[in-house]
Ligand binder design. Structure first.
Ligand SMILES: [Zn+2]
Length: 331
């Protein structure tokens, strides 16, 4: 079951969408913009469900035929645009959207097309879609879900209402993990922190065995980093850099580690640490680094994340980052 009340955060967007439904001023094209796990799909689906609901306006009733069909993924007038290749090609848009959109809705007031990973549309695909969203039939609504809005043509952007999903308050995520997913307190705290305001990410971390393994991998290095030679560190992080999809997670974990170091340095209170078990080593790191040095380290990690996003050479980026941990040290 999916509706607006099940979504945590995004109050502004929900209000906007509900107002649009109530005022019957619905745009023909929306972009839900936010990183993976932020809730683009949940929002788009709740919106589509509310638009098609036969009983209620504003929030889906969850019991009419239309709502049931949406929940089971079989609503004839809510259509997910699929693609087989890595990108969404012009043919995908032509056959699934352009050729279909002039067929009236089967049963509902609207015909809703949801294009997930819309930023993967090729330029030709976007131009094909543009023709349709420039002059859509009255009942047609296109929902684009995109992580990277820069990949969309300005002409597309200008035709759509863009909804930017903002990071969700950590406390809300923590409560949500504990109440809905029965995650223990400390792990919920770490996962919420770790998630950067991304619920999907938080759930993934908190519920995966992987999390503990990753944490152990990277903490093992952090515990000994001051006594290791750079080549030893490089060897130690080989598994980490090989796992390209997870590299950001490791950097996030390291950032949380150094945030603990900063916290301990500033407050001397071990109870405020996320990683209380690591108190002894975190204390050592706090004693052997100045505030400036700790800030340099955290900045180097932020830079590493930005570089990875820009596809700069992974190994060199990580080496530079670890080098900064060593350089900013007065042991
Ligand atoms: Zn309903």
């Amino acid at each position: 079951m999916q509706d607006f009340t099940q979504i945590i955060g995004h109050e502004g967007i929900i209000k906007h969408l509900q107002n649009a439904i109530l005022a019957e001023k619905i745009s023909h094209a929306y972009i839900f913009h936010g990183e993976e796990g932020m809730g683009k799909k949940s929002l788009a689906l709740a919106f589509a469900k509310a638009l098609q609901c036969m009983d209620q306006r504003g929030n889906p009733c969850n019991s009419c035929k239309s709502c049931m069909q949406t929940d089971s993924g079989n609503h004839p007038d809510i259509l997910w645009v699929s693609h087989e290749k890595a990108s969404i090609g012009v043919d995908d848009i032509r056959t699934q959207v352009n050729a279909d959109i002039h067929v009236m809705p089967y049963q509902s007031p609207y015909k809703i097309y949801i294009i997930d990973s819309a930023d993967k549309m090729t330029e030709n695909a976007q131009n094909a879609l543009l023709k349709t969203i420039e002059e859509p039939p009255e009942y047609a609504i296109v929902l684009l879900l995109a992580c990277n809005i820069q990949s969309l043509l300005p002409t597309i952007l200008s035709r759509c209402v863009t909804l930017d999903l903002k990071p969700i308050d950590r406390k809300l995520i923590k409560e949500y993990l504990m109440s809905k997913h029965q995650i223990p307190d400390y792990l919920a705290e770490i996962a919420a922190d770790f998630s950067g305001g991304n619920v999907g990410k938080a759930i993934k971390y908190a519920s995966s065995d992987d999390f503990e393994t990753k944490k152990e991998d990277i903490f093992h290095i952090l515990r000994y980093i001051d006594d290791m030679e750079l080549h030893e560190i490089i060897a130690g992080i080989k598994t980490i850099t090989e796992d390209k999809n997870s590299i950001n997670d490791y950097i996030d974990l390291m950032m949380l580690w150094f945030r603990d170091v900063l916290m301990l340095k500033a407050t001397k209170d071990p109870n405020l640490l996320l990683f209380k078990d690591e108190f002894q080593i975190i204390k050592k790191h706090a004693n052997t680094r100045s505030y400036d040095e700790l800030e340099n380290i955290i900045r180097s990690m932020e830079e590493a994340k930005a570089k990875l996003k820009a596809n700069v050479n992974l190994d060199i980026t990580i080496e530079l980052m670890l080098l900064s941990i060593k350089e900013n040290y007065n042991g």
